[in-house]
Every structure is written in structure tokens, then in C-alpha cells.
Design a binder for this molecule. Structure first.
Ligand code: SIN
Length: 534
């Protein structure tokens, strides 16, 4: 059994930010199932929404967030995150994160603020079009240099250990986690009183997603199995503009392209967003994604196009170097041609229910970043609010946990936990079964539980997922654990939670749109969808 003061699962912006602060107070195991920078953060293009200019205000940022959230944001949480943002951004900059600046006539410079859908002001801090990579690299460097942090790659969490599961009569609390060490194949026991889920989202639940392979809903699934409250999983954000190309199926074309004047057009070059919303291509994401879906269904075209070729080529190359290069490798010159795009699953707005400190319904367990549902996003996330949420809540979480679970607290650090027992489990003989189930889940979620839903499709998905979960549970017990089996189990669990929440909500709101209840029903549904195990 390994003992740590803090165990952090996940090495995106949320996990790294928390670990760096926690390391000032005690020992930290920083655990990631693949390599250290295999996190959604590394792929974030747009940037961090934060009020830094005199022309902007906290009130405007709060208002834009509440509008996008379609009546489900927690206004107090929104205000906290928005107003504490600038201090956290300063810290990122002190750690070496460089956001783009622009030169002023006076010879001085200021932050170059980008614009994205739903924002009434320019307020997106960015590093060209690779902001996440810039943040991730700086935080990883700092974590590697921090003496108290042990960074464990290729370690995948299996399940949380709670006093309830161990049969203790005391208050239920999180006391550790079982972790599969992929290089030895052994499941190790990590003992801690302070466990932080920073495992990101679940885009891989869907056939088409902007997310990397690691986004399999691990944190939500583990928290669910531990009896922790989960909320609002029906609100999955589909990014309107994922590149439509077989060689790069998950490549995001940042919303910032529309923010800088990119036009959404059909195959004949006709703009269509004006028909759907007064803000056109810069309407909130749910509206743009649904409009594209409707246009594709109406015309039978496999994609629509995002066109920025009317802007000076030098500007496009300088502002979007990564997108420009990546598209050019595929034969698309974005300075001259429109980019073929489709909507794809992008962000999980619900998750493990927390307060503004990241505290969950299970004492000792915190959730930060995309895995969490703090109340910031409500029924639809405002673009670029997520990196801000991660840094602000990571800061609040460390302050909260030090008071709530002091080092001299109870239960004692020495509490002995049972070791993992593998029994007579044998090696998986047919990987094809795992891959088949994986594909089936992603396809059925795309066909039945994506941008436009109905009760009938949701019921169909629910029945099939229940069968798959039973089958997957058999692998779990009969075969030696592998990352693939664990991811499949988590993927299926998370998919079922999305469907369960979607079936509960008998209205359309934000990202949940159903043909059976097309109106918003404020009388009955202006509230979270909260679910628990049993
Ligand atoms: C983008 O660059 O469009 C993604 C930004 C975000 O999802 O917040």
C-alpha cells in the first residue's frame, strides 16, 4: 500500500494546477493513464476567457455565461469563477505561460484578446491557436521540478476506495484508490484522505469527437460507482466545427476562426446562419451545431464549410498557424479555400456534482475541470470558460481541503486498506470483443443520443447499453484487468448516465434538444438533473 497526502488523477490543467499547489503542503501522487501530456488540455485551441480589459467587465462576462447556460447556471458560482479568474491568470503567467500580445502605437503592448461565440466582448487570452499546449507544457515543467510530486504515467485508476465500501459504520468518505500499473499488470493500492478527480470528459463516448482517445469518462464512472452524486450528463456540447476529413477525424477548427470573421457556408458558398440566429456564426454553440445539423439533413451534404479565405493570407497564417499547417498537410489551403466541417462531441457540461471548491458529495473526494459539474456551465458552456474554471477551482479546492481534512485529522493516515484480489482471472483471449463493444457504444450514442433526440431513440440506446454493461461486467470479473477493459467499462457507464439524464429531462434546454418536448419548461425543469447509484 502506498501512502500520499494527496492523490490527483489526471494531468490536464485541473490536475496539474491542483498538484502544484498541494505539493507545498504534502506528498502528491500525480497519476495519468497514458503519458503526462495526454490530456484534453493539450488540444484546447481557443483559449481562456477572462476579464482583463477596461472595455470589459465581470458583469458582462457573468451575463454572457448565464445566457449561454440557458437558465441552469449557478449564478454565485459563475460570479466567483469570473471574478477570481484574473488572479489565477497572473499565476499562470508567472509560471511561464505566454499569452499573445499586440503592440500599441505608444510602443507598449497589451494582451491580444480574441472573440468567440456568445461573448459580447473580446476577452479570450490565447497563444496563437495552440493555447492548451502552451499551458500544458508550462504546468508540466513546473510539476516535474516540484520536489513533492511523484508523476506516475501509464497508471490507470480502477475504482475509488470508500469507508462505505469497506463496511465501516463511520461517515462515508474517500480513503484511496486502486490503480492498475500497466507496466507490471498489478493493481496497486493508493491510500490517501484527499483524492482529486481531474480526469477530464467523455467525448470518446461518441463516434465523432474533437477529444483525444483518453476522454473515456473515467472520473464520472468511478464516482458513480462510489455512490457520488452526478448531475446534468444530458448536456453534451457538440462543437460546430470539427474538420471533415478521414485522415484527421478529430481535428478541431477553433471557434476563434469564426470570431475573426470566418463564415459558415453551404457547398454553394451561401451563408446560412443568418436564418437561425441574429448573431449568425457567432451564436451560442448549441444553436450553431443544430443549424449545421439541420442544413446537412436538409441538403443531404456530408458537411458544411467554414470560410476565412476573404481575410488577408498573412493574418490567417499568423493567427492560426497550427490550423493552417494541419489543413495544408491535407491539401486544404485555408487562406484560399473553405474548410469542410461537421459538428462533433466536444465537452461534457455535467459531471460529478461539486460546489465552487470542487468538493463532491463524498468527503475527501474533489472533482475539478471537465469531470465536475460546478454550476458554471449550466445547460451549455460558454466557449473558453473551461480552462478558467479549472484554474480557479483548483485554487479553491486546495484551500478548502486543507481546512476540511487537516493533516492531523481522522481517520488516521495508517488506516489499512485491503489489497486488490485478482482471483483466477486470466488474460483476455479475444480483444475483438472489446473493440466491437467500444465501436457499438460510440455508434449508438451518435445515432440515438447526439444533437437531436427523441424518447424512442433514447429508450433504444438505454436497452442496448444495459446489455452491453452486463457483458462488460463479465470481462471485468473474468479477465486480468487492462486499460482497454477499464476504459470500456467507464465508457459504457458514462454513456448510460448520459442516456439516463436525457430520459429524465422532459423539455428542451441548452444542449439537450428533443423532438418530443421541443419547448423549454421553466416551471418544472429549471433545475439540475441529479442522479445517484441506488
Ligand atoms: C475552440 O477553440 O473552439 C474551443 C474552445 C472551447 O471549446 O472552449
Amino acid at each position: 500500500m502506498k501512502n500520499y497526502d494527496f492523490v490527483v488523477l489526471g494531468t490536464g490543467i485541473a490536475g496539474l494546477s491542483f498538484a502544484l499547489k498541494a505539493a507545498r503542503h504534502g506528498s502528491v501522487a500525480l497519476i495519468t493513464k497514458r503519458l503526462r501530456d495526454d490530456a484534453n488540455t493539450s488540444y484546447a485551441q481557443g483559449g481562456v476567457a477572462c476579464v482583463t480589459s477596461g472595455e470589459d467587465s465581470f458583469d458582462l462576462h457573468v451575463r454572457d455565461t448565464l445566457t449561454a447556460g440557458a437558465g441552469l447556471c449557478n449564478e454565485a458560482v459563475v460570479r466567483t469563477i469570473v471574478t477570481e479568474g484574473p488572479a489565477r491568470i497572473q499565476e499562470l503567467m508567472q509560471l511561464g505561460v505566454h499569452f499573445d500580445e499586440r503592440d500599441l502605437k505608444s510602443g507598449e503592448s497589451e494582451l491580444d484578446l480574441g472573440r468567440e461565440g456568445g461573448h459580447s466582448k473580446r476577452r479570450i487570452l490565447h497563444a496563437r491557436d495552440a493555447t492548451g499546449r502552451e499551458i500544458e507544457q508550462s504546468l508540466i515543467q513546473a510539476a516535474q521540478a516540484a520536489p513533492n510530486i511523484e508523476l506516475l504515467e501509464n497508471h490507470m485508476a480502477v475504482d475509488l476506495i470508500t469507508t462505505g465500501k469497506l463496511g465501516f459504520a463511520s461517515e462515508d468518505r474517500c480513503v484511496g484508490v486502486y490503480v492498475l500499473n500497466e507496466s507490471t499488470g498489478a493493481v496497486e493500492t493508493f491510500r490517501t484522505d484527499r483524492l482529486i478527480l481531474a480526469t477530464g470528459g467523455c467525448g470518446k463516448v461518441y463516434l465523432y469527437t474533437t477529444n483525444p482517445n483518453v476522454a473515456t469518462g473515467d472520473g464520472v464512472a468511478m464516482a458513480w460507482r462510489a455512490g457520488v452524486t452526478i448531475a446534468n450528463m444530458e448536456f453534451i456540447q457538440f462543437h460546430p466545427t470539427c474538420l471533415f476529413h478521414p485522415a484527421r477525424p478529430s481535428f478541431l477548427i477553433s471557434e476563434a476562426v469564426r470570431g475573426e470573421g470566418g463564415r459558415l457556408v453551404d457547398e454553394k458558398g451561401r451563408e446560412f446562419m443568418g436564418k437561425y440566429h441574429p448573431l449568425g456564426a457567432l451564436a451560442p454553440r448549441d444553436i450553431v451545431a443544430r443549424a449545421i445539423d439541420a442544413e446537412m439533413k436538409r441538403t443531404g451534404a456530408p458537411c458544411v464549410y467554414l470560410d476565412i479565405s476573404h481575410k488577408p493570407a498573412e493574418f490567417v497564417r499568423d493567427r492560426f498557424p497550427m490550423i493552417h499547417e494541419s489543413c495544408l498537410e491535407l491539401g486544404i489551403d485555408i487562406t484560399r479555400q473553405p474548410i469542410p466541417v461537421v459538428p462533433a462531441a466536444h465537452y461534457q457540461c455535467g459531471g460529478v456534482l461539486t460546489d465552487a471548491n470542487g468538493a463532491t458529495s463524498l468527503r475527501g473526494l474533489y472533482a475539478i475541470g471537465e469531470v465536475a459539474c460546478t454550476g458554471l456551465h449550466g445547460a451549455n458552456r460558454l466557449a473558453s470558460n473551461s480552462l478558467l474554471e479549472a484554474v480557479v477551482v483548483a485554487h479553491r479546492a486546495i484551500e478548502h481541503v486543507l481546512v476540511d481534512i487537516p493533516f492531523n485529522g481522522h481517520p488516521p493516515h495508517e488506516l489499512a486498506l485491503p489489497e486488490w484480489v485478482s482471483g483466477d482471472a486470466h488474460d483476455v483471449d479475444e480483444m475483438v470483443v472489446i473493440y466491437h463493444n467500444w465501436d457499438e457504444i460510440r455508434r449508438l450514442m451518435w445515432d440515438y443520443v447526439a444533437i437531436v433526440r427523441t424518447d424512442k431513440r433514447l429508450q433504444r440506446a438505454s436497452t442496448r447499453l444495459r446489455n452491453l454493461l452486463r457483458e462488460i461486467q463479465e470481462f471485468y470479473w473474468n479477465f486480468k484487468l487492462t486499460t482497454e477493459i477499464l476504459e470500456l467499462r467507464n465508457l459504457a457507464t458514462t454513456a448510460a448516465l448520459i442516456v439516463d439524464c436525457a430520459l429524465l429531462r422532459k423539455e428542451s434546454r441548452g444542449l439537450h434538444y428533443t423532438l418530443d418536448y421541443p419547448e423549454t419548461d421553466d416551471r418544472h425543469w429549471a433545475r439540475n438533473t441529479e442522479i445517484h447509484w441506488l
